[in-house]
Structures are given as C-alpha cells and as structure tokens.
Design a protein around this ligand. Sequence first.
Ligand SMILES: [Zn+2]
Length: 374
Amino acid sequence: MSNCQVIDLGEGVIIPGLVNTHTHLEFSDLEYPLGQPGINFTDWIRLIVSRRIESNQETGTTGSMNRKIAAIQRGIEESSESGVWAIGEIATMPVELDDYRNRPANMLLMCFLEQLGRDETAIPTREADLDAFFNQRGWVGSSPIQIGASPHAPYSVAPNLLRQICRQANAANRPVAMHLAETLAEREFVDHQTGEFVSLLQDFGVWNPGSPDSVLSIGETLKVLSSVPLSLIVHGNYLSDCELDFVSSCSERMSVAFCPRTHHFFGHSAYPLEKMLKRKINICLGTDSRASNPDLDLFEEAKFVANSFSRVDPRLILKMATLNGAHALGVTQAYGSLIAGKKPAMCLVTHPGADSGDSPFDWMFDRDSKCAPL
Ligand SMILES: [Zn+2]
C-alpha cells in the first residue's frame, strides 16, 4: 500500500515549470519601466546608466550593492510566484553567486556574466574576470545554479572582446547570451558606423572609429556566436531573412529569446515570429527586466504572444515558454517537460471555463487564465 497523498487541485491543467530565458534581476525593484512607451532605445540606455550613477552617488558602493542584491531577491520571488522554475539571468559586475542563494528548491538559475567594452586594451582584465567567474562552484543541491557569459551587444563590445569571450566559453563548455539585432539603429551602426549609437558612444567617451575592426556586422557576429556549444540570441527583432536562415542552420546550438512585452514597450516593427517558426528556429520567451516590462510574469508573455499572433498554435506557445527555453539554456535533462526523472518543477493553469470540456488550449492563454507554481 503506497503512502501517496491525493490532493484535489480542482479544474485546471498541470504544465511544466516556465522558463524565463532572459531577464536582468537587478532592476526588479523598479515599479515601472524607465521612460515612456515608445522611448528611443538610446535614450532608454542613458536612463539606465544615469540610474546606476545616481544609485552609487546616493548610497555609495556598499549601499548600491545591497540595493542590487535586494532587487535580485525580489525578482526571484516574483518569478517564482508566477510559475517560473528556470531563469536566464544577465549578471553585472561586481557579482557573487551568493547574491542568488535564496531561491526555492529546484529553481534553476543560469547566470550569464555580462561583459562590455570597446577598448581592446581592457580585454585581458575582462578575460581574467570571466575566468574567475567560470571557476566559481555553483551548488548543485536542490537549487542548481549554472554559469555562462554574455557579451552585451554589438555596439558595446569590441569584436576582439567578443571573440575572446567565445573562446573562453568554448574552452569551459559554457553557454553565451547576447543582445543582437534589437533595433534598426543598431543595424545602422554596424552597417555604416553612423546614427544614434555613434552619438551615444561619443558621449560616453568610448567611440573608436579609427580601428579597421571596430565593428562586426550582424552576420559576422552570428558566425562568432555559432562557434560556442550553446548560444542565445536575445531579441533578434531585426534579423534579416538571410540571418534567420543562418540561425536556423544552427538550431541545435543556437536559440532566439523573444521578449514580447518589452518588444511592444519600445514600439518595434512586427516581430518575425512566423518567419522563425517556418525555419524551425528554437524560439523561447523572456521577460527582459522591469526597466522595460511591467513585471516578470512569463505566463503573461505567453498570453501576449497568443493575443498578438492568433495564427500560432497555442501548443507551440506553451513549448516556447517551457521546453524551448530549457533547450536554449541547455537544461532539458531536468526542465521543460513532464517526464519521470526531471525536476518536480510544475505549474497549475486555471480558468473559469476549465470544466467546460473544451481542450485546455482553447482557454490556456485567455485573459482570465492564471498560472501558479505547484
Ligand atoms: Zn536584456
């Protein structure tokens, strides 16, 4: 006779734990996104940088670190409450894995260390920082933590720094995540070295147009990223057909993180979701941070996709929020689906019409559905 306890959860469906492949937890103390919807992207970056500077001035380095750690904690709690069981986090220096210690049992954190810099003389320092980060021991008990690298974006990372990061990731068999093809201004910058990113870099005193190898095209960046065992393209809002074909040709080791409500916040052109699906690209979902999104609720991202792309099968949207995300983070052995042997990371989705006899996919992403961790 087994000792199993029977729990009646009521009407609803059990789904795998959600995977939020892209966020920046350090901004989780923001009540509202920075700037107004439709804000110019480089103006938004200026707001982010100003906020960091002000925080340091107001509270000093220690106070600023304490604020950051508290924000991370708040973000972990918020994620957990909305059914997220695995997080792709972009961590900024200074950082220690202990900053992420308080997590629910079985919640995975994939911590990508963000690196940026257009000054190639600083590459040895970045290299040492990344080595030290890679050499930390993540604890693998009930709350696993894994480590990766994140070259920030084409406008903020010197090509040789990108190559160096990918060499190190390759040698250590670590994943890499990079913001790429996020804005049209970024495309203008990499293709012509003109536009608002030049002004931004000039204002920050880091524009170095003299170097013949100062910028890589999006296609060249994709090639460098394809050299690592696992890479995550964050956003990919403006990838060309040819670049999408390339990502598709690497779909076993290269994924794309779509952040639907952040995409909407900036007022970008329609997301090329159906083009990606047609090419069988591994598309997963992310919230990005509270600096550009109202919250860290990944289920709301899935609902937003269902509402914006009515022709996309809801089964596929559920897969983007779960199994595809686990694939992107390299953790399908433990997350992303309900199979014996995986972590007990599950959610319950409920809806007022859940007892109607209809397929759950008829109401799963309806406005009134709710997702909670089990
Ligand atoms: Zn981001």
